[in-house]
Design a protein around this ligand. Structure first.
Ligand code: GLN
Length: 304
């Protein structure tokens, strides 16, 4: 290491020596706090951990470790991007979901902890019921994006046969990469506008979806991290927000086996209307899934 190298940047504590992890975290998080990040220290730590390719825990055991000039520069570029409110997951290229690491790019929505509540409820309540009919549940994840829902279900229910669809071919490429990274070689992926690309001969035990559901008028009011960076295609649910729910409720019937379930993520206060849309199409035994804040985040309905 070249201890005398001068680190010339616009915000690092420039000293006539290498910077330590502690200094880089401090200076990075101070900058991010000023730029409007709600979790500046965590962001700085995650970005530095990604650059150094080490777990964050090592920062606590060895805060005085020095960082090479090249790595510090790379970290500065990451901090610059986050300071412009780019989501951390797009900068590092990955996001943890259900304890698994998913690759993400701006072609896909970043998987949210809220959606983990949905997957957990499916694993605890829906799959056991489906398993009374079949040992090999056929699962369809519509609007899959990064594949987070369908692939984590495959991870925890290894006997499942999983199909992922998305209208975006670019999103499906990300999902395919994630399937590969998780070691799954038998995932079916179909570029399709909802059910359009599926054969009516396909019958699923579970249809799950986190479709775009934000009303168009609300989109400009979302956090800048979201509006400026995440794909509008994955967010926009049309003028009312219910466009995709209406279509899914109307079109799902022929693709769902009797005794099968449909599980939809919903946005704030959308559950009653979504439940009505499903009931109108003959689905029943409707239950709601709360997220970690206690708000309803999912609706479950059955083809009885
Ligand atoms: N939950 C996402 C958000 O808060 C929206 C996801 C969606 O539209 N399906 O921005």
């Amino acid at each position: 290491m070249n201890e005398s190298r001068f680190l010339v940047t616009d915000f690092f504590i420039v000293k006539n020596r290498m910077n330590t992890i502690k200094e880089l975290i401090e200076v990075g998080s101070t900058r991010l706090a000023k730029c409007g990040s709600v979790s500046p220290r965590l962001d700085a730590e995650v970005l530095l951990a990604s650059v150094l390719n080490c777990p964050r825990i090592t920062f606590y055991s060895d805060p005085g470790r020095t960082v090479s000039f090249e790595d510090a520069e790379e970290y500065r570029r990451c901090i610059d991007r986050r300071a412009a409110l780019e989501p951390v997951a797009y900068i590092t290229g990955e996001k943890e979901f259900m304890g698994l690491v998913f690759q993400v790019s701006q072609d896909v929505l970043i998987p949210r902890p809220d959606t983990e509540s949905l997957v957990e409820a499916i694993l605890e309540k829906v799959i056991p019921q489906i398993k009374q009919n079949t040992e090999h549940p056929h699962v369809l994840d519509l609007c899959t994006g990064s594949g987070a829902i369908g692939l984590s279900l495959k991870f925890f229910v290894s006997s499942a046969a999983v199909t992922l669809t998305d209208i975006s071919g670019k999103a499906l490429k990300v999902a395919a990469e994630n399937a590969l990274n998780l070691g799954f070689s038998n995932i079916t992926m179909i570029e399709s506008d909802l059910f359009e690309g599926l054969s009516t001969a396909e019958h699923f035990d579970l249809i799950v979806s986190n479709p775009p559901y934000i009303p168009d008028g609300i989109i400009p009011t979302l956090q800048r991290d979201i509006v400026d960076y995440e794909p509008i295609l994955a967010l926009s649910g049309g003028v009312t927000g219910y466009d995709l729910y209406e279509r899914i409720a109307r079109e799902a019937g022929p693709y769902l086996r009797k005794g099968g379930a449909i599980v939809l993520e919903v946005g704030n206060d959308q559950e009653i209307k979504v439940a009505e849309l499903l009931e109108e199409q003959g689905f029943g035994a409707i239950t709601m899934i709360p997220d970690l804040t206690g708000a309803v985040r999912g609706v479950v309905a059955w083809k009885e």
